[in-house]
Design a protein around this ligand. Structure first.
Ligand code: PHE
Length: 341
């Protein structure tokens, strides 16, 4: 009686399938093959026997076989879902796992330094403003008393966009723009990008931040400049940091100076960072040249002022002992992560 034997086989398969509900993952995979496998699966064997049965029996056994097949498939699906959930729970419920570190954003160290510098100068009356990075030859050079055949105006250093239009090579054009726009007393601080045709190296970048400072009023002298810079240096670095003013030349100031601070690495005794001088340069500066006042329609008999320009990336390097400027601009989180507060 082939029909009855197939019936028996089916019921055996159905009871074997009960194991699915509690099978571990590996066993479940085996059961799948054992019961439903296309080649040698037990259910497949039964289905192969169907054609030998007479039609009535075939219908009955066939129906039961389909039913069992569906039940098994449903059971397998349910068990697979369960096992997947258990796997997830096993991970998330492990109370001994160390907590995952949370990523926290922060301002770039150079931006932090710029903000801090502006904050310090704000205390002595300086307003923070910005200006255009695309400039004209006139503002970048001519109004600042830099003749176009001056080395700084040489196409070698300057990115030209079109004749007479360029990427500013310093933030000093904002001296002229400010003097033309606002009547004295003027006290502004202008952070922003400047551009020069320099290759990347440990102390240069073709695009770099600068901060321009400008103070114009009646009766401003070099002493006021020294006091402002002294205040800034002692605030930004350390209260006992020595400051030195050295004569220097920039066409738009007279007298011109460079400001040095006591070396932060050796505290002034001389090391490789300060090339044994004990001092590090932090800015160019000077008293606004009368020719610049005149070009900006300010009376150079009535007004005096001082201007300075510094590089916050360089200042960040001095403060944190960063040996190579490129570290600041490579976006490497192992480096930048050190500046997250
Ligand atoms: N603009 C000069 C530079 O980029 C710095 C400077 C600013 C010097 C203001 C004097 C006065 O080198």
């Amino acid at each position: 009686m082939p029909g009855a034997s197939l019936q028996n086989q089916l019921e055996e398969i159905a009871s074997a399938a009960a194991a699915i509900a509690t099978a571990p993952a590996a066993r479940l995979a085996e059961l799948k093959v054992e019961l439903l496998g296309r080649k040698a699966g037990r259910l497949t064997e039964v289905l192969r026997g169907l054609p030998a049965l007479d039609p009535a029996e075939r219908r009955e056994v066939g129906a039961r076989a389909n039913q069992i097949k569906q039940d098994i498939e449903t059971a397998i699906e349910r068990r697979e879902r369960q096992l997947a959930q258990e796997a997830v729970r096993a991970v998330t419920m492990d109370g001994t796992m160390p907590a995952r570190a949370v990523w926290r954003g922060a301002l770039h160290p150079v931006t932090q330094v710029i903000d801090e510098i502006c904050e310090i100068f704000r205390e002595i009356g300086f307003t923070r403003i910005t200006g255009p990075e695309v400039e004209t030859e006139e503002y970048n050079f001519t109004k600042l008393n830099i003749p176009l055949d001056h080395p700084a105006a040489d196409a070698h250093d300057t990115f030209y966009l079109s004749p007479g239009v360029l990427l500013r090579t310093h933030t000093s054009p904002m001296q002229a723009r400010t003097m033309e726009r606002y009547p004295p007393p003027i006290r502004v601080l202008v952070p922003g990008l400047a551009y020069r045709r320099d290759p990347f190296d440990p102390s240069h970048s073709p695009a770099f931040e600068q901060i321009e400072g400008l103070a114009v009023d009646e009766g401003i002298s070099f002493v006021d400049f020294k006091a402002a810079i002294d205040f800034f240096v002692k605030r930004f670095f350390a209260p006992d940091t020595a400051v030195r003013f050295r004569p220097s030349y920039f066409p738009f100031v007279e007298p011109g100076a460079e400001v040095d601070i006591q070396c932060q690495v050796c505290k002034g005794s001389g090391c490789s960072t300060c090339k044994r001088t004990g001092f590090l340069e932090i800015m160019g500066a000077g008293m606004v040249h009368p020719a610049v006042f005149e070009r900006c329609d300010l009376d150079s008999e009535r007004y005096t002022g001082y201007a300075f320009g510094m590089g916050p990336a360089r200042i960040a390097m001095l403060r944190y002992g960063i040996p190579d400027m490129r570290l600041l601009f490579q976006g490497d989180m192992r480096f930048l992560g050190q500046f997250v507060e």
